[in-house]
Ligand binder design. Structure first.
Ligand code: TAP
Length: 485
């Protein structure tokens, strides 16, 4: 079993303890990772601090940094199959998804920021004839980044792309349940020419290594993707030093189906929205809010298609749903299903573990035809392949239900009336509103949450701004205007 070390200051280092990563399809450990201590984390922060304060990376011309990012993208693309296999082994997601979504999206994210950084301009601000006032964008400094397990390589690259392109240095801690592809990125960046210390990858528990990163006052910015509960800790830590902070957190995103929707399209789009990556997706469609007049028709069609989803070995190219990330997580998802059943929810399909799969943390694609609005399934992020459908009467009731959540990550609206779709989109409090599609995220467009789904945006030019400070340089070109004293 391969044992991976800590990547600090351009070198691989040993650690005292290790932890295994379990393949969720086989339930077997397949690799070991260094369990960093708080001391190891401090060493990584020192490396990143030194690389920022005295190293070449922040002062390198943007075009040069962009070239390194684009080379990293090209190298990642060359190793695409290896990364796809690793992502599937570590997370259980179907190889079809790793190949067609995860790895290409990660490559594109690095390439996009490698290109975008050359176009970052300041502004010349007219302040009269006596001065030239110009703004420039500079890196924030040392970034402490923490990522979750559901889209490891994509979410790592969505932080590393803009952070490194802007000239920051980074310490990145991946999730312990799926650290492999993030650790593999270290060699990609080193080969692309990133100087030592600019990127440090430190595996270890959130409780020890993650907390040490949050508590280190030498960090200028924390960038976190994960649960809202841990996001609160990250925000609290950043306030102690008035550090910069970006948060990409949880969601409970509705798919709002109007009576005039094209139901065939809605069914395909909602199933993709709900069950991509086994439903372990922050912006997943986790509540269908449907006009009661079409509920029966919609549910019948959703169920007919959901029953055909190929659940099984994620390495099989035909598989469209693999196992959940861990036994604990599968049990939590099954418990939420059980509670909803007990509370009177009607299961339209699924609801348990699939028959015939003796190994792996599988849960059937599950649809509830109505669940009580007080149930955890309706209110909370379950992060599994479970979709409750709830009827409402009238557009106002649908919008109110869509907004009746502390989250505000995303929503979709399904209608043939695009003007009406746009009107309703403006009434839904969420960072992304899709009309007649769900779960499509573009690297060149901003993504992030309203309300308790986050703070700031990733992707697009906004994702780069988040890793910069604006400096205003005022050059006086006239004689001193007065003698004040
Ligand atoms: P979390 O349990 O919040 O873990 C995320 C990361 O935080 C992991 O690396 C974890 O380390 C670390 N961590 C835990 N406690 C910490 C602490 N006290 N200090 C510092 N780091 C700590 O989330 P998860 O279960 O991995 O991921 C699922 C969640 O992520 C869902 O809520 C999902 O919606 C959200 N998510 C959001 C987005 C966007 S873009 N909004 C994208 C993907 C996922 P360990 O793994 O070692 O515990």
């Amino acid at each position: 079993m391969h044992r991976h070390g800590l990547f600090i200051d351009g070198q691989w280092r040993e650690s005292r303890a290790h932890f295994p990563s379990i393949n969720p399809a086989t339930e077997e450990p397949f690799a070991e990772f260094a369990a960093a201590t708080a001391e190891d984390m401090a060493t990584a922060v020192t490396a990143a601090r030194t690389a920022f304060d005295t190293g070449p990376w922040p002062g390198m011309p943007a075009a040069e940094r962009g070239r390194v990012l684009r080379t990293a993208a090209a190298l990642l693309k060359l190793r695409a199959e290896e990364f796809a296999q690793a992502e599937t082994a570590d997370t259980g997601k179907p190889i079809f998804e790793s190949r067609s979504i995860d790895v290409p999206t990660a490559v594109d994210s690095l390439d996009y920021y490698g290109c975008l950084i050359r176009g970052v301009e300041g502004a010349a601000i007219p302040v009269g004839d006596a001065a030239i006032d110009a703004t420039v964008r500079e890196p924030v400094g040392v970034v402490g980044a923490v990522t979750p397990w559901n889209f490891p390589v994509v979410l790592a690259c969505r932080k590393l792309g803009p952070a490194l392109a802007a000239g920051n240095t980074v310490v990145l801690k991946p999730a312990s349940l799926a650290p492999l592809t993030t650790v593999m990125l270290a060699d990609v960046f080193a080969e692309a020419g990133l100087p030592p210390g600019a990127l440090n990858i430190v595996t270890g528990s959130g409780r020890e290594a993650g907390q040490a990163l949050l508590d280190d006052s030498r960090i200028d910015k924390l960038s976190f993707t994960g649960s809202t509960a841990v996001g609160r800790e990250v925000l609290a830590a950043s306030t102690r030093s008035i550090g910069r902070c970006s948060l990409e957190l949880g969601g409970k995103s509705p798919a709002v189906v109007l009576a005039d929707a094209d139901l065939d399209a809605a069914v395909e789009g909602i199933l993709f929205g709900a069950f991509l990556n086994q439903g372990e997706c922050c912006c997943a469609a986790t509540r269908v809010l449907v006009d009661g007049r079409v509920q029966d028709d919609l549910v019948a069609r959703l169920v007919a298609r959901a029953k055909k989803i190929h659940v099984g070995d994620p390495l099989d190219e035909k598989t469209r749903m693999g196992p959940l990330i861990s036994a604990d997580h599968r049990d939590a998802v099954l418990a939420a299903i059980g509670e909803a059943k007990q509370a009177g929810g009607r299961v339209a399909c699924g609801g348990g573990m699939p028959r015939g799969l003796s190994r792996g943390y599988y849960v059937e694609p599950t649809i509830f035809d109505d669940v009580p609005s007080k149930s955890r399934l309706y209110r909370e992020e379950i992060f599994g392949p479970v979709l409750p459908v709830t009827p409402f009467v009238g557009d106002d009731a649908l919008v109110a239900a869509a907004n009746d959540t502390p989250y505000g990550l995303a929503a979709s609206i399904w209608t043939r009336d695009l003007a009406k779709g746009r009107r309703l989109a403006s009434r839904i409090r969420a960072g992304t509103v899709w009309i007649n599609i769900h779960n499509f995220v573009f690297n060149n467009a901003p993504y992030g949450g309203f309300k308790q789904s986050g703070l700031g945006r990733e992707c697009g030019p906004e994702g780069l701004d988040a890793y910069t400070e604006i400096k205003n340089i005022i050059t006086w070109i006239a004689p001193q205007p007065f003698r004040w004293y």
